[in-house]
Design a protein around this ligand. Structure first.
Ligand SMILES: NC(=O)C1=CN([C@@H]2O[C@H](COP(=O)(O)OP(=O)(O)OC[C@H]3O[C@@H](n4cnc5c(N)ncnc54)[C@H](O)[C@@H]3O)[C@@H](O)[C@H]2O)C=CC1
Ligand SMILES: O=P(O)(O)OC[C@H]1O[C@](O)(CO)[C@@H](O)[C@@H]1O
Length: 382
């Protein structure tokens, strides 16, 4: 089996690429970072530091790399059995053009072997969104063939992989937590279901996607935003701050109440899931900056993402949301010199004020109670 993985970054090298290579799959990374590409092609292996009580270094072997903007991609998409991505939601549209060209070539060459494509991003049904971008770029005459031979498989991906410590000179080295979970929608595959250790198949993906995104990511983002406001540099320092922990836990519980209503999760098991996540945020072996976890606040404040979507759920089921609202307010205070979205958010607030900005970014009604509550929390935090 051969796979092409877009994005040789933290989750690409530290989780999905590692898991594929460990399963004996011939793996080619596609990226735009020339330093990483050159190092992968010079060494064909890299170290993954798995940190926890029993730390170990595992070497991922037999990998190579191509530039994602080169025509190599087209030939690879025409040839491989699996395409995966971990590039960030905003990049999916950019890679869709060459994926479409590769699919057209595959069709033209008569390669009817099933191909499955799995986006591993923090998004609800990210692969389905990638599919729309690909179909838009693909000439009509290939659409029916693609529907028949190409599986666009949605997934949920969970492993905390911050950038490696600044002390390391190795551009390939990556540090990961022990925990990992990759869940894919088995109803969307073409051909035989793959048996890859570490890839779990489900026919109930939405429950897993929302459980992960609206618990771990909701809590993580609020830890980051409140952490930055309180002057903490890392997620660990922030979550060890009792005041922040109470809001984060409260927000995960509020979001959890929505998930329990919607998906019928067992309340006791969900409470244990939240406790386990709080422990993962505290991980003493990972240095995870609040600035990484808070990155791209406009995306994180959008209607379908980790802050607003659970809040909309509380409104739907008439459940409490005071802690989620605190999280939304803290997100509006997020600042980062490295992050264009943080600057755009700040400029919007300066120009239009917090009420109109929140309504615009989140899609919430500017005159709603929830926006009023968030604005009042925002002003109190200032
Ligand atoms: N790091 C983590 O702990 C987790 C991240 N995720 C998700 O995984 C995705 C990737 O996140 P990270 O690995 O943290 O980011 P990252 O920034 O470390 O990696 C992204 C990689 O994509 C590459 N890239 C950018 N444009 C590209 C293009 N046009 N073609 C190919 N590669 C391109 C970048 O050079 C970089 O190597 C995001 O959607 C994130 O939300 C999900 C779960 C965990
Ligand atoms: O990768 P994003 O969507 O910017 O968000 C950062 C989040 O993703 C993760 O890196 C992995 O789920 C978390 O550590 C964090 O909640």
């Amino acid at each position: 089996m051969k796979a092409l993985h877009f994005g040789a970054g933290n989750i690409g090298r530290g989780f999905i690429g590692k898991l594929l290579a460990d399963a004996g799959i011939e793996l080619v990374f596609a990226d735009v970072n020339q330093v990483v590409l050159d190092a992968l092609n010079a060494r064909h292996e890299y170290p993954v530091h798995v940190v926890g009580e029993q730390a170990k270094v595992e070497i991922v072997k037999g990998v190579s790399a191509v530039n994602s903007t080169s025509d190599d991609i087209i030939a690879l998409v025409a040839e491989v059995d699996l395409v995966t991505t971990a590039v960030g939601p905003q990049i999916l549209e950019r890679i869709a053009g060459s994926v479409a060209k590769g699919l057209a070539k595959r069709h033209d060459e008569g390669n009817d072997r099933p191909l499955n494509i799995i986006a591993c991003e923090n998004m609800v049904r990210g692969t389905s969104q990638l599919k729309q971008h690909v179909l838009k770029a693909l000439p009509e005459q290939h659409h029916a063939w693609v529907e028949q031979h190409v599986g666009f498989v949605d997934s949920a991906v969970d492993r905390i992989v911050p950038p490696s410590e600044a002390g390391s000179n190795d551009p390939l080295e990556v540090t990961v937590e022990t925990f990992s979970e990759w869940i894919v929608d088995k109803t969307q595959f073409k051909g035989e279901l793959p048996a890859i250790a570490g890839m779990e198949l489900t026919d109930n993906l939405m429950a897993f996607v929302e459980r992960k995104l609206f618990t771990l990511n909701t809590g993580h983002a609020i830890t980051a935003y409140l952490g930055q406001l309180a002057g903490h540099q890392t997620i660990r320092d922030a979550i060890l701050d009792d005041k922040i922990r109470a809001v984060v836990k409260g927000a995960m519980e509020e979001s959890g109440a929505v998930l329990i209503k919607r998906y019928g999760f067992d309340a006791g098991k969900h409470a244990a899931y939240i406790e386990k996540i709080l422990g993962r945020f505290e991980n003493p072996y990972l240095k995870d900056d609040v600035e990484r976890v808070g990155r791209q606040p406009l995306r994180k404040l959008s209607a379908g993402d980790r802050l607003i979507k659970p809040t909309l759920g509380t409104l739907e089921y008439q459940l409490p949301n005071a802690h989620l609202v605190q999280g939304i307010a803290a997100a509006m205070h997020y600042r980062s010199a490295q992050d264009p979205q943080a600057q755009e958010l700040e400029a919007l607030i300066n120009e239009k004020g917090p009420q109109a900005t929140l309504a615009q970014v989140s899609g919430l009604d500017a005159d709603s109670e929830v926006v009023a509550a968030a604005v009042s929390a925002y002003n109190a935090m200032a």
